[in-house]
Design a protein around this ligand. Structure first.
Ligand code: NAD
Length: 484
């Protein structure tokens, strides 16, 4: 093992208590790199106890002082950028530059969090002579963040800086497939000066997630992962009267018009479908080709051929994921799709045990086919052909998901029409991966997100706080009526 067995991080210490462990594998060559405990309700209970103990003093520190911890944390992310990126690469299997881009996004969200004191001040108004109303933001208390495998550093950081600067104490439950980055984040937060107990990590799988949903000491839960589990967490957490924001899976449509710039469209679509081996909730998964766009499709195939597994294309997360993705391709081919580029049975020299799938492009996929409807989560693009824009919109709108959608065209009018009609939370115009930059918030629609607010940006401030409204009278002569 390259890394020692992982431990839970509670009240500023890595706990010695042992649980059943499972292996952590490197997706690039299948070797065991560490092991992770499958903790239980007791571990969550201890973490809640520690967080509850830390909350009163942390939440009573002025917000500008809490932000100082995160200025230092941002510096530590930058200082340790190479090592943190390496860790992400090892546990997740993405390329080094993709891993680095992920840590850079963590820096950006931390920068945003440091600006929260400037933008989340309360409000005050003199509502009648000598009478004022004010609104102050208060933290919720102990909150939890449950994260997926595809961004081991960035997704935890979508929630940690914002929730903690706003005065909450947190329990993080990272994906058991990529648990290493979480412990390193805990170390850096401590080095940045975060008091013990404000941030805790409990490793594990379903049992820990259920304990988080059920534990009466946890006020709010954010979840990022598949729609299947997002629904479970949303239903279970809200049934226990918690505030829950659960981001789910995706099936993102790119609508391509014949007037689109061919080379820009081809390189954008190829990058979107293959980045992080297609394991991004913002990845292009379906391309809706409107009218005569064969010149763009052939350009796209040439671009995708330049993306080489093991070189500029990382591995998918597991052997099961590789099999699942390849089965989707085989089934689509059997159902009549034309395989323009085939990434099945891909082997990387020297990494024969790695979980690689090459870029795959399928043409003439029909909207009713399984591959057109379900999330594949691999470097696979399904092209569906239509004759007009409204049919393209109809295909996009029929998806149960609604994370992202994009249009490629030189026509402002068509772009505007699709921006308005697409049923998705994040829209791109000539952009393959329309991730909003801070302070704009991240979050989808439909079955890509359950609950109010988005997970980053200004919207997340609403999720992590509650408002106190106070009415104050200083003028003894003011008339007494229902308004004063
Ligand atoms: P997942 O749903 O399998 O796991 C997410 C978390 O839930 C993990 O921490 C896991 O331990 C836990 N979990 C798994 N099964 C559970 C169960 N039955 N009960 C309770 N908890 C359970 O997701 P994943 O495979 O780790 O990540 C990939 C998915 O995440 C994709 O669907 C992707 O689209 C989605 N995702 C969405 C966004 C977004 O912003 N919408 C961002 C990243 C990833």
């Amino acid at each position: 093992m390259d890394y020692p067995s992982l431990k839970n991080y509670i009240e500023g210490k890595f706990e010695e208590i042992r649980y059943t462990e499972i292996e952590v594998l490197s997706p690039t060559d299948g070797r065991v790199i560490s092991s992770v405990p499958l903790s239980n309700y007791d571990a969550v209970d201890r973490a809640v106890f520690a967080a509850k103990k830390a909350f009163p003093s942390w939440s009573s520190i002025p917000i500008k002082e809490r932000a100082q911890v995160f200025y230092r944390y941002k510096y530590l992310l930058e200082k340790n950028m190479e090592e943190l990126s390496q860790l992400v690469q090892e546990e997740n299997g993405k390329t080094f530059s993709e891993a680095k881009a992920e840590v850079e996004k963590s820096v950006e969200v931390t920068e945003f969090a440091c600006s929260i004191p400037q933008i989340a001040a309360g409000e005050i108004l003199e509502v009648s002579k000598g009478v004022e109303c004010r609104i102050d933001r208060h933290p919720l208390g102990v909150v939890a963040s449950i994260t997926p495998f595809n961004f081991p550093n960035m997704v935890p950081n979508w929630t940690i800086p914002n929730a903690l600067i706003l005065g909450n104490a947190m329990i993080l439950k990272p994906s058991e497939q990529v648990p290493l980055s979480a412990n390193r984040i805990a170390e850096l937060l401590k080095e940045a000066g975060l008091p013990d107990g404000v941030f805790n990590v409990v490793h594990g799988a379903r049992e820990v997630v259920e304990a988080i949903c059920d534990h009466p000491g946890i006020e709010a839960v954010s979840f990022v992962g598949s729609t299947r589990v997002a629904k479970i967490v949303y239903a279970r957490g809200t049934s226990k009267l918690k505030r829950v924001l659960a981001l789910g899976g995706a099936k993102n449509h790119l609508i391509v018009l014949p007037d689109a710039n061919a080379s820009m469209t081809a390189s954008n679509v190829a990058a979107s479908m293959t980045g992080c081996a297609g394991q991004r909730c913002m990845a292009a998964s379906a391309m809706v080709a409107v009218g005569p766009v064969d010149h763009i499709i052939s350009h796209l195939v040439e671009e995708a051929k330049k993306i080489i597994p093991g070189k500029n294309l990382g591995a998918v997360i597991s052997r099961q994921a590789k099999e699942r993705i390849e089965n989707y391709i085989t089934e689509a081919e059997r159902d009549g799709a034309k395989v323009l580029l085939d990434g099945r049975n891909c082997k990387v020299d020297g990494k024969e045990n790695g979980f690689y799938v090459g870029p795959t492009i399928l043409d003439y996929v029909r909207p009713e086919m399984k591959i057109a409807k379900e999330e594949v989560f691999g470097p696979v693009l399904s092209i569906m052909r239509t004759e007009n824009i409204d049919d393209a919109i109809k295909i996009q709108n029929s998806s149960m998901y609604g994370n992202a959608a994009a249009v490629f065209t030189q026509s402002g009018g068509i772009a505007k029409y699709i921006m308005e009609k697409a049923s998705a939370g994040m829209i791109g115009v000539n952009i393959g991966v329309p991730v909003p930059r801070e302070p704009f918030s991240f979050g989808g629609w439909n079955e890509s997100k359950f609950g109010a607010c988005d997970i980053t940006g200004k919207s997340s401030i609403e999720f992590w706080t509650k408002l106190k409204k106070t009415t104050i009278k200083w003028n003894p002569e003011s008339r007494t009526n229902w308004m004063s």
